[in-house]
Ligand binder design. Sequence first.
Ligand code: CTP
Length: 471
Amino acid sequence: MASLTVRGLEDAVKAQLRLRAAASGRSVEDEVRTILREAAGRPGDAGREPAAPPLDSRPPSSKTAEKRVTLIIGGGIAAFKALDLIRRLKERAIGVRCVLTRAAQHFVTPLSVSALSGERCYSDLFDPDSEFDAGHIRLARDCDLVLVAPATADFIAKMANGHADDLASAILLATDRPVLLAPAMNPLMWANAATARNIRQLTNHGIQLVGPETGAMAEAGESGLGRMSEPVDIAGAADTLVRPARGAGALSGRRVLVTAGPTHEAIDPVRYIANRSSGKQGFAIAAAAAAEGAEVALITGPVRLSDPDGVGVTRVESAREMLTAVEAALPVDCAIFAAAVADWRVAEDRAQKIKKKAGGGTPTLQLVENPDLLATVAQLKTGRPALVIGFAAETENLIANAKSKLARKHCDWIVANDVSPEGGVFGGDRNTVHLVTADGVESWPAMAKDDVAGALVKRVATALQGAAAGV
Ligand code: CTP
């Protein structure tokens, strides 16, 4: 069958398809092909380049920690170093989506680039496969940095003049992200007044450079200023741009403690009491505080999340272990208790598995209350953090319960959230919270957990500045 036309699709289904296609880096048509192939029990064409995984299937850590670079590979002999550059960026947990100019394809192939980056490689402005959602716009914006390596004299001239006649130059014209160039050219071309003028113009517009370096050229016997920087140095410069230097943010010089995840309370050596907390909100808060320059101690129960960048992580199992780790992390300026700590543990420490009795019957488990970490820290006589924040996970009477927790636990703020199963908060990526303080209740709109974290961390920074200023 040469082609297949599907008529009468509802608008909602079309919108869903467009979203799926954008998330997986395919055209809508290709997405439909993939769905049909899967439905027919056939995986995708063996010869096709790998498509980006759907954004939601990326590991959770990428949501909080992974930075992304759109790497434009220009057409010069130094393009071969771009392969090593991809590796170096990935070593630094930076995701790389590559764009090859037409000239670059003389030096490296889309296949090697996509194999190394693990993502589809893009090259054509009018490629129907990358026409989802205006592909160049997404490539220009769905990243933390646009990096051009090698940046040839010709490409620099195009940029300086605002050309947009191919995918690479269109991305640069459409981006609102920082741009880093790694120039590579013959020393005479670098020294040429036209190149110097173009570079001046670009740097005046905030575009940054790494290199070029002095050294031997590919042309026999030539050397001078124009050699592309080594991939390890370019990756380092990119890293500095995508991750603001520690100490530069609103929480620089501050220590922040965050608890996250559930606790597991052993019943016997093989069984435990647990709850449905995923740890995502606490991890997002730790990542956001680190991104604002804080020194962060994250103490987490058992979760399937990787360590956020720049955060000191202590992994524990039980509430008592969590308390010990919290006490070891003090003093801090701010402590945020996002963990869903088990309220009770089994009284008896059993060394052996509880066995079923021959005659039937169920065992009786005696429970005792766990220490309350939040209340313990909030009521410290000496070394109490300037700001102690708790969470209230409720399934009913959200605000009333949160207010009574604020009073009962003597903390400064409570972030209240409804964890009824229908809300999908436990394990989900979104949250609707209410900030309960002595001044009243502030209800925030539904947001991604990353955004709740960002907003909370900003409030923390403002409050700590106020506390330091005595207001
Ligand atoms: N918390 C804690 N230690 C505990 C129990 C709770 O530090 N043993 C903290 C949580 O991290 C959260 C706050 O106290 O910041 C409220 O937790 P929540 O589970 O909502 O309330 P509980 O105190 O457990 O009360 P209840 O289960 O009755 O709602």
